[in-house]
Design a protein around this ligand. Structure first.
Ligand code: OFO
Length: 167
């Protein structure tokens, strides 16, 4: 079944959001690693790899359904943050933005009666829920310790161990 033409660009834009997430988290990893926060760095490297996999999943969906791929420019992510907390806050905000874009895409697919696309998108909706929750948890932890550097270093270690375990 051919995908209605009005969904081609929104799907390509969604793929671009995933590629941006990959780039954003790679940049966040560099923000931490360059300050020797190895745990948070490993955490964002892992998130970056996951976002790349999300983009690939969309790419394969396009190919499977003979939907043309449109290369789009990838925005340059911000490099510096005021604190580890500010960085996690920015990641959480981006995840919320992506969730909303999936909701909009799902609604369009449903309104048009594109049930295959609708079914495909549920995986991403679940994934977004997990990612929002993950970023929120780290944000809350960092919020509690404020500027206590020993506590931040402890969380950094914890983030590194968690990233390693989930590999
Ligand atoms: Fe791709 O999962 Fe979040 O953005």
């Amino acid at each position: 079944m051919k995908l209605p033409s009005e969904l081609v660009q929104p799907l390509n834009e969604q793929l671009n959001r995933e590629l941006y997430a990959q780039y954003l988290y790679l940049t966040m990893a560099s923000y931490f690693l360059e300050q020797d926060y190895r745990g948070f760095g490993a955490f964002f490297l892992k998130q970056s790899r996951e976002e790349g996999a999300h983009a690939m999943r969309l790419f394969h969906y396009l190919m499977e359904r003979s939907i043309p791929f449109h290369p789009l420019p990838i925005e340059i992510p911000p490099k510096n943050y005021d604190s580890p907390l500010a960085c996690f806050k920015a990641a959480h905000e981006y995840e919320q933005k992506v969730t909303l874009s999936y909701y909009n895409l799902l609604k369009r697919a449903r309104d048009i009666g594109e049930y295959d696309l609708e079914e495909f998108l549920y995986w991403y909706i679940r994934e977004q829920r997990e990612e929002e929750a993950l970023m929120h948890t780290w944000m809350e932890k960092l919020n509690k310790v404020k500027d206590d550097i020993a506590a931040i270093l402890f969380l950094d270690k914890e983030a590194g161990e968690a990233a390693e375990k989930e590999e």
